[in-house]
Design a protein around this ligand. Structure first.
Ligand code: ADQ
Length: 477
């Protein structure tokens, strides 16, 4: 086992997208987004391999190199995509971990597929990792991998990071396979969460469900210490800085404003997901227009919604609901040439997103629950001009870091949301600048590179943890 990679990332998706060029030949291109740009340099430095799925069902590809990274594709059949990915990952775990804002589906065939696909990922990682390698497993689709991998390769150092919230004990308890998931995660040396509260939920659950010994941040399991820590993820500030320095991006921002009739611009940018609170924000905006607080032509709402999980029923219903709401509000209040809401159901490249952020007077981020929310941080990172206001839900991970500068809201409280939207719309430039400055300080100092470095150094330096044999007995409470 002398060959292989000393650094392995295991994630549901590979960090590349396939695009068909003008010549009809498909080519791989690195996926946009902070996670990939934070990890790519580490991959190159450490001869890393990324294990993941290409996104196409029933496709068996050989490992290949792209952008200085070794990529190891994992096949998934169409049925596995339906049961493991759309099913257990996105119809069971996703709603359960987001405060059950939709009802989770508990289905044994979905669970079986989840186990099977997790095993395939674990076996691939066991094969490609060199002796004593570092393996970093990403997110809720792969929570069984740490334990499966440890059984195959006890020499490895295994880290796991959960990008979404980790629910309180009372909700997690619903899951028929709760013990298996927890034992799966406990295969890791370090389990990372977005917030300290999620890490505390995890430790509490280990105590309640497994009767494990523990301290505030450590669980003693199988003669090992499993550390539970918070690492709030962030954005690639350097990349966004480059984008907002580009002449074409600045021109595009101006063009967007002109196209919108130089109205005040409120902006929402989300994956089309029921956790994002899109309905609530449009309802609040619609009522403000209806009541005459906002005049058509003076302000517009631009809502960009990336198509997402379109084969899962709850997502189809949500899309219909939002489109009806937009249609109703526009039908009742728009004037010729001035729709009050511009709704776009599509994906945009990073430059267009940066231009939209620069064009927006008020960025509206109102999730009912969100692990972090990178859109909020991207907006802040782009507003070097210290203009614009951020309306931010209390139920996002980002709220913990940005609370001093954001206009915070409870998105369930529509009247409160309306009041906060008005306060953000009416904020004087000096107040906008004061708020933006504190938020920018935080985001610039804690960017995605720092997130990756902190996670990896904690994984590689377990010095601060007590050895298992010195672990205190389980505490009461
Ligand atoms: P998501 O739920 O996908 O992420 P978010 O953190 O907002 O949510 O990230 C979305 C990303 O997609 C952003 O980088 C954004 O710019 C991009 N995006 C959104 N709409 C787009 C569009 N129309 N076109 C192009 N790009 C678009 C999950 C968790 C979050 C957590 C992240 C990272 O749910 O809580 O912050 O992972 O850990």
């Amino acid at each position: 086992m002398s060959r292989g990679s000393e650094f392995v990332v295991v994630a549901n998706r590979l960090p590349v997208d396939r695009n068909v060029g003008a010549d009809g030949v498909p080519r791989w291109r690195r996926s946009p987004g902070g996670l990939v740009s934070a990890i790519a340099p580490v991959m190159r430095r450490r001869k890393g391999t990324w294990i993941g799925w290409t996104g196409a069902p029933d496709e068996q590809l050989e490992p290949f190199e792209e952008d200085g990274m070794s990529l190891h594709p994992i096949a998934q059949s169409a049925q596995e995509v339906e049961l493991y990915y759309e099913g257990f990952s996105n119809a069971t775990l996703w709603p359960l971990y987001h405060d059950v804002v939709a009802t989770p589906v508990y289905d044994r065939a979905m669970w079986d597929a989840y186990v099977r696909v997790n095993r395939r990922f674990a076996e691939a990682a066991a094969k490609v990792a060199s002796k004593n390698a570092i393996v970093w497993v990403q997110d809720y689709q792969l929570q069984l991998v740490p334990q499966m991998l440890r059984e195959l390769r006890p020499d490895l150092r295994i880290g796991f990071f959960l990008h979404i919230p980790f629910p309180p004990v009372e909700l997690f308890w619903q899951l028929p396979w709760r013990r298996r998931i927890l034992e799966g995660l406990l295969g890791a040396d370090l389990v990372g969460f977005q917030l300290p509260g999620a890490a505390a939920n995890f430790v509490r659950l280990c105590r309640r469900l497994l009767d494990a010994r523990f301290t505030k941040q450590d669980v003693f399991w199988d003669d090992r210490v499993v550390r539970a820590r918070a690492f709030p993820i962030s954005v690639d500030v350097g990349e966004l800085n480059d984008l907002i320095g580009r002449e074409d991006v600045l021109e595009r921002a101006q063009e967007i404003r002109t196209d919108l009739g130089d109205a005040t611009v409120l902006l929402g940018v989300d994956r089309l997901d029921y956790t994002k609170g899109i309905t609530q924000r449009l309802q609040a905006f619609g009522e403000l227009v209806e009541e005459g607080h906002i005049k058509p032509g003076q302000a517009v709402f631009v809502q960009i919604a990336t198509p997402s999980r379109e084969r899962v029923e709850q997502y189809q219903l949500l899309r219909e609901e939002i489109e009806q709401l937009v249609g109703r509000i526009n039908g009742e209040h728009s004037e010729i040439g001035f729709p009050v809401i511009h709704y776009m159901h599509s994906s945009y490249d990073r430059a267009e997103l940066a231009a939209l952020y620069l064009a927006a007077d008020v960025m509206v981020v109102t999730p009912l629950r969100d692990g972090m929310n990178l859109v909020a941080k991207e907006y802040v990172a782009c507003r070097k001009d210290l203009r614009g206001a951020l309306v931010l839900s209390e139920f996002t991970g980002a709220a913990a870091e940005l609370k001093r500068g954001a206009f915070q809201v409870n998105p369930y409280d529509i009247d409160g949301l309306k009041g906060t939207l008005m306060a953000a719309l009416n904020a004087e430039p000096a107040e906008q600048a004061r708020r933006m400055r504190v938020m920018r300080r935080r985001v610039i100092e804690h960017d995605v590179d720092r997130w990756a470095q902190e996670f990896l150094s904690e994984l590689e330096n377990p010095a601060r943890s007590a050895p298992a044999e010195q672990a205190p007995p389980a505490l009461e409470g």
